[in-house]
Design a binder for this molecule. Structure first.
Ligand SMILES: C[S@@+](CC[C@H](N)C(=O)[O-])C[C@H]1O[C@@H](n2cnc3c(N)ncnc32)[C@H](O)[C@@H]1O
Length: 203
């Protein structure tokens, strides 16, 4: 079968994204999360991990406005035209040299929609998804400003609780949100953590 033959038909969310000028239907996942927990404020600094093709970056850029900044990183080269305060860069988030790029930064929101290339083996995919989430948590721990927010997509599996517990230790509130735009048959869900407590402030 060709690549095009493998592609899913566009659903309601896909059509809406196209009509509203977003890069992908996944925008409605972050929109719903934002609607429920108010993640973004004007002027905020947002780090978007696994950002290609760019719909979360586009959404966050609209919300933070010209006083804010959005940096999206992905294995794939970004192709979208973005406002001056948003940027997509080609970068492996697992690579150690990531620190050069984001090490000294202080972000108000770290979000990750990173997903492994699916192998067809559920256990392998869950394990890879878990590794990406733990990397996102580690980055958030080092670079989030006090009070900052965190979102990460995770494939539900045996490691899910470990990721959730890592967040509970470091944030005031942790929620699990499965937005309507996330396909019911998909094992993905989203860990959402609010009000980051840097190590010194934790009891
Ligand atoms: C579901 S897509 C992201 C969609 C994006 N949030 C949007 O709304 O346009 C998941 C992305 O994670 C990226 N990804 C997976 N592993 C990564 C890694 N190690 N470093 C950077 N990006 C990664 C993939 O390249 C893929 O583009």
């Amino acid at each position: 079968m060709t690549r095009a033959g493998n592609r899913r038909p566009q659903d309601h969310w896909g059509h809406r994204a196209k009509k509203e000028g977003f890069a992908a239907r996944s925008v409605y996942k972050i929109e719903e999360i934002d609607r429920r927990v108010r993640l973004f404020r004007p002027g905020a600094r947002v780090l978007d991990l696994g950002a290609f093709p760019g719909s979360w970056t586009e959404y966050a850029a609209q919300k933070v406005g010209p006083q804010g900044r959005v940096l999206g990183l992905d294995l794939q080269e970004g192709r979208r035209a973005l406002p001056a305060w948003a940027e997509l860069r080609k970068q492996d988030v697992m690579a150690p040299d990531l620190d050069v790029l984001i090490g000294a930064s202080s972000w108000d929101v770290v979000m990750s929609d990173m997903a492994p290339a699916t192998s067809g083996n559920r256990f392998v995919d869950q394990t890879r998804s878990f590794q990406l989430v733990m990397r996102a948590i580690e980055i958030a721990e080092r670079t989030l400003a006090p009070g900052g927010g965190f979102v990460a997509k995770i494939f539900q599996g045996p490691d899910f609780e470990e990721a959730r517990r890592a967040l509970v230790r470091q944030f005031d509130e942790v929620r699990i949100i499965k937005p309507p735009a996330s396909r019911t048959e998909s094992i993905e869900t989203f860990l959402v953590a609010l009000r980051f407590k840097p190590a010194a402030a934790r009891g």
